[in-house]
Design a protein around this ligand. Structure first.
Ligand SMILES: Cc1ncc(COP(=O)(O)O)c(C=O)c1O
Length: 376
């Protein structure tokens, strides 16, 4: 086939890049769960599938925000929701962003200046990396959850030092040693910022996160709480001081230059926060223990040491990981393969998320299918 137009030639160039991905087993495609049992979504407490957050018959609100928060998209409803979130997480203030990705990009792109230093865990989420890349500050990485390496990097840092961690890591499901990190940051006059995306709703006596569970509200400068995971909705809040909130309203470009959330989203967020204290956390953590015990019986299977609902079966090769995921899907269990470069080469795995609505029988079936797979 002869390619003539500039558009066709460009598509051909893009297709070659995609073919390179196919050759290394890293091509991403979009899939449907087709009613398979959910062992993959971030709907840990079943809020999204429960129907409890659907708002019917609310006709007094506009369907869209009609503008950015700085122009026409602000409302009493938005501000009330932010105050409710701040109080829930024992903070002075909160600011809502349209997604967790936008919250992190907005925060980290504006909070540090040239000469300052970000120090982040090597497994930090892509949204934080993208935010830091948009800043003029220096960047240092410390080894995952390694306090000695963090201390080394703190000593190398210049200007204002900002340490960034996730309380529960999105791919490994393990927890950051937050208490020790907070002490280390204090000793080195560094700020500590914690992304609670996978801890919000799951930890703390009412689901307010690990920072609250450890009573570190005064030691941690700011937290990111996303609504797309245990909360079962969409959006995110950055919690911290009133000064930080005002600073973000003025400097976070992913907050300033975008249409705000539709008003009914704030009603749903308020509803979810009212439901969080009664979320089935205990049942969920009991199921996580059940899964861990069931999988640990099989000595040939390597799994990540995580006590959170995020569990990982290590496979260690893109093609074998995909084959195992397909095998599990064919057996009726919806799981996703996590491939390099999302995780380092050799650390490719099946990411399994346990939910409060899964049953022990479903977990037995999943473990049976993993153990009997020829792909491990
Ligand atoms: C740790 C972490 N932070 C931020 C985000 C982004 O959140 P959202 O999906 O709301 O954009 C995610 C989602 O994958 C995450 O895992």
């Amino acid at each position: 086939m002869k390619l003539t137009s500039t558009n066709e030639l460009f598509d051909h160039y893009l297709q070659q890049k995609l073919d390179d991905k196919t050759a290394t087993g890293t091509l991403r495609t979009l899939v449907h769960s087709n009613n398979a049992i959910d062992f993959s979504s971030n709907d840990y407490l079943g809020f999204a599938q429960s129907g409890l957050l659907t708002i019917d018959g609310e006709h007094s609100l506009t369907s869209g925000a009609t503008g950015s928060r700085s122009i026409t998209g602000n409302s009493l409803l938005a501000e009330e929701t932010e105050q409710l979130i701040a109080t829930f997480h024992n903070r002075e203030a909160a600011l809502i962003f349209n997604t967790g990705y936008m919250a992190n990009v907005g925060l980290f792109s504006c909070i540090a200046a040239k000469g300052d230093t970000f120090i982040s865990d090597e497994f930090i989420h892509a949204s934080i990396i993208d935010g830091m890349r948009l800043s003029y500050a220096n960047r240092l990485r410390f080894k995952h959850n390694d306090l000695a390496d963090l201390e080394k990097k703190l000593q190398l840092a210049t200007g204002k030092k900002i340490v960034i961690v996730e309380s529960i890591y999105s791919m490994d499901g393990d927890a950051a040693p937050l208490i020790e990190m907070a002490e280390l940051c204090k000793k080195n006059n560094a700020l500590l910022i914690v992304d609670e995306a996978h801890a919000t709703g799951l930890y703390g006596d009412k689901g307010n996160g690990l920072v609250c569970q450890y009573r570190l509200e005064n030691e941690v400068y700011a937290c990111i709480h996303t609504f797309g995971k245990a909360i079962g909705l969409h959006g995110a809040a950055i919690t911290g001081s009133k000064v930080l909130r005002n600073f973000l309203i003025n400097h976070a470009r992913s907050f300033i230059y975008t249409t705000a959330l539709p008003p009914h989203n704030y009603l749903q967020i308020q509803l979810a926060y009212q439901l969080l204290p009664s979320g089935k956390r205990k049942a969920l953590h009991a199921l996580v223990d059940y899964f861990r015990e069931a999988i640990a019986v099989n000595k040939d299977i390597t799994f990540i040491d995580s006590h959170s609902p995020i569990q990982g079966i290590m496979v260690g090769d893109n093609f074998a990981t995909k084959a195992l995921a397909n095998h599990l899907i064919e057996n009726g269990f919806f799981v996703r393969p996590i491939l390099s470069p999302t995780v380092p080469v050799g650390k490719e795995r099946i990411r399994i998320c346990i939910h409060s609505f899964n049953t022990k029988e479903q977990i037995d079936g999943l473990v049976y299918s993993i153990v009997n797979s020829i792909f491990l």
